[in-house]
Design a protein around this ligand. Structure first.
Ligand SMILES: Nc1ncnc2c1ncn2[C@@H]1O[C@H](COP(=O)(O)OP(=O)(O)O)[C@@H](O)[C@H]1O
Ligand SMILES: Cc1ncc(C[n+]2csc(CCOP(=O)(O)OP(=O)(O)O)c2C)c(N)n1
Ligand SMILES: [Mg+2]
Length: 319
């Protein structure tokens, strides 16, 4: 099978909402009047972002999910995406599963594939996603104020827990591993929550590199500091705690593990009921995990308010 047959068979579907989709030199998009285009791009590289043994359907899901997560963090509604793919060769069962996982998530969000690029090379997947948001209403990293609450969606640390189990640095009971693995391989982008938070949250970012690092982007952009509860938002990890894993490793996963694709956002205390309502509307758990301070820096405390001495880093491709 050649390049163009591959595209036609696995990636070309009739455009439904875009004026022009796959097959010409450009795609055409038509954002509604009064809306701004929100654009984001993330790449997944074999061995760095995913294990070579991953189920290709889950990989198709994740490649789009990490991009939809950026739209969610801006409060944007997904419209369309492009897919740049480097493949070592034509593996039809792999392409069938990858495209099935990809389109299942795309259809869930009404986000259509409008173009891309396909080349031979080491397996590499790069998606650019386009969304729309009412002009001036995008959630930014720069809007947090002293006194705001810090919230997080879902739970943190599960993906890193699974990665460490894959690496063999810790072991988990089969049921805990199965849950954590799903969170690593098929994250749920918080798209509905992001849109429901427009006009309520003062700042937002999605957690890809770990809570401490990504909250750090809000603090730097907003020129504020924060106090954070170390243990407020653990999920599968809470189950892992009962399997005898130490606090230090669990906190490392939750606070600097990365690959969470949850939203961390700030909102004034007066908006607490509105934030909880946004969580209910989007059937997404939201948890208050700290507050924004005027004083610069990040202070991490335990449930009793005592400072946590452990230091937390964040994912960086070059450090
Ligand atoms: N090669 C690049 N050229 C231009 N902008 C880039 C490049 N790589 C990253 N960026 C931009 O730098 C910022 C931080 O990137 P990143 O940490 O990847 O964001 P995110 O975690 O939201 O994916 C984003 O605004 C992104 O668009
Ligand atoms: C094989 C493998 N190694 C490591 C990780 C963990 N990991 C890889 S990239 C990353 C951070 C997010 O990736 P990045 O490219 O920085 O995304 P962005 O912040 O741009 O959204 C994490 C936690 C993984 N998921 N799989
Ligand atoms: Mg990125």
């Amino acid at each position: 099978m050649g390049e163009f047959d591959l595209i036609t068979r696995y990636f070309q579907r009739p455009a439904k909402r875009s004026p022009l989709g796959v097959g010409d030199d450009c795609a055409l998009l038509a954002p509604a009047p009064g809306m701004q285009l929100a654009v984001s791009c993330d790449m997944l590289v074999e061995g760095r972002h995913f294990l070579s043994t991953v189920d290709p359907a889950r990989l198709g899901h994740k490649a789009l999910a990490v991009n939809l997560s950026d739209l969610a963090a801006c409060g944007a509604k997904p419209l369309a995406f492009t897919l740049a793919l480097a493949l070592p060769g034509v593996d039809e069962p792999w392409l069938e599963a990858f495209s099935r996982g990809l389109f299942a998530l795309a259809d869930e969000h009404g986000c259509e594939l409008v173009g891309g690029d396909t080349t031979r090379g080491p397996l590499n997947i790069c998606i650019t996603v386009f969304g729309e948001v009412p002009a001036g209403a995008a959630l930014l990293r720069s809007g947090a104020h002293a006194g705001d609450d810090i919230w997080v969606s879902g739970t943190l640390g599960d993906a890193r827990l699974a990665l460490e189990a894959f690496r063999g640095t810790l072991s988990l009971p089969a049921d805990v591993f199965a849950q954590a693995r799903m969170r690593m391989e098929q994250p749920t982008p918080r798209v509905a929550l992001g849109q429901a938070l427009r006009g309520k949250a003062s700042a937002a970012v999605d957690v890809s590199d770990g809570l401490v690092g990504d909250l750090g982007h809000i603090l730097a952009s907003s020129k504020v500091g924060a106090t954070l509860d170390a243990d407020a938002a653990t999920g599968v990890i809470a189950a892992a705690a009962s399997c005898g894993l130490g606090t230090e490793i669990l906190r490392t996963c939750a606070l600097s593990g990365g690959d969470d694709y949850e939203l961390v956002f700030t909102a004034p205390p007066a908006a607490r009921a509105a934030v909880e309502q946004a969580g209910r509307e989007s059937t997404t758990r939201v948890t208050r995990i700290g507050r924004i301070d005027a004083e610069a820096g990040l202070r991490i405390v335990d449930a009793g308010g005592a400072p946590v001495a452990q230091r937390f880093g964040s994912f960086d491709h070059f450090v």
